[in-house]
Design a protein. Structure first.
Ligand SMILES: Cc1cc2nc3c(=O)[nH]c(=O)nc-3n(C[C@H](O)[C@H](O)[C@H](O)COP(=O)(O)O)c2cc1C
Length: 184
């Protein structure tokens, strides 16, 4: 493992967000990870490439579900047309993960993926987190959680009641699972 038992385990939380919902969930996940002892770097795919991240043992990625998957340039354009952040159009988590594959070796690093999505059907088989998980497994990262959805009320939010707290708890659970794996 890249960390040692005498150091705090290190997590990178990397998110894409067009309207701020996934970003808000990522902040709660960060709090949960910190509560169980992780040193966390949280970064937006708009501003940081994989090379900009400090070393990490656990990668947590989050993105909005667009058309049952990770966003693409056309769906981000659609989001901007609906009032989303104009500077979030050029790069999404899908593109960020492509750069990760080209620049970084997974080694024995761990990961967990979450998404945000609209509506009451939490367990649709295809969504952003399932796609991100598949890409990271393909790169050699080891999952410590199932792909996990968080619900928003509408395309532009807000995050549904209770989801921020659930995200904090999920961050704690992911951190505890990762720490247990790292100590093996
Ligand atoms: C172009 C587009 C396609 C979308 N497709 C889906 C979808 O397939 N399923 C779903 O549940 N939500 C869908 N949504 C809603 C997004 O998941 C929602 O905008 C997102 O969770 C908000 O998070 P953000 O503020 O971080 O961008 C879509 C939104 C846009 C703009």
């Amino acid at each position: 493992m890249t960390g040692t038992s005498s150091e705090a385990p290190r997590a990178a939380v990397v998110y894409e967000s067009m309207f701020g919902c996934t970003e808000a969930i990522a902040h709660s996940v960060t709090v949960g990870l910190e509560e169980v002892g992780f040193t966390v770097t949280a970064r937006d795919v708009r501003t940081d490439t994989p090379d900009d991240l400090p070393p990490f043992d656990l990668l947590v990625v989050g993105a909005p579900t667009h058309a049952f998957s990770l966003s693409r340039p056309a769906t981000r354009r659609d989001a901007v047309d609906q009032g989303g952040r104009p500077d979030a159009e050029s790069v999404g988590l899908r593109e960020w993960l492509e750069v990760l594959a080209q620049t970084t070796t997974a080694g024995d690093r761990l990961f967990a993926a979450f998404d945000t999505r609209v509506g009451k059907v939490r367990f649709v088989p295809k969504a952003a987190a399932t796609r991100a998980s598949r890409l990271l497994v393909h790169q050699g990262y080891h999952a410590v959680s199932r792909p996990t959805p968080f619900i928003v009320h509408d395309v532009y939010g807000p995050v549904a009641d209770g989801e921020q707290e659930r995200a904090r708890q999920w961050g704690r659970t992911v951190g505890q699972s990762a720490a247990a794996r790292m100590s093996q």
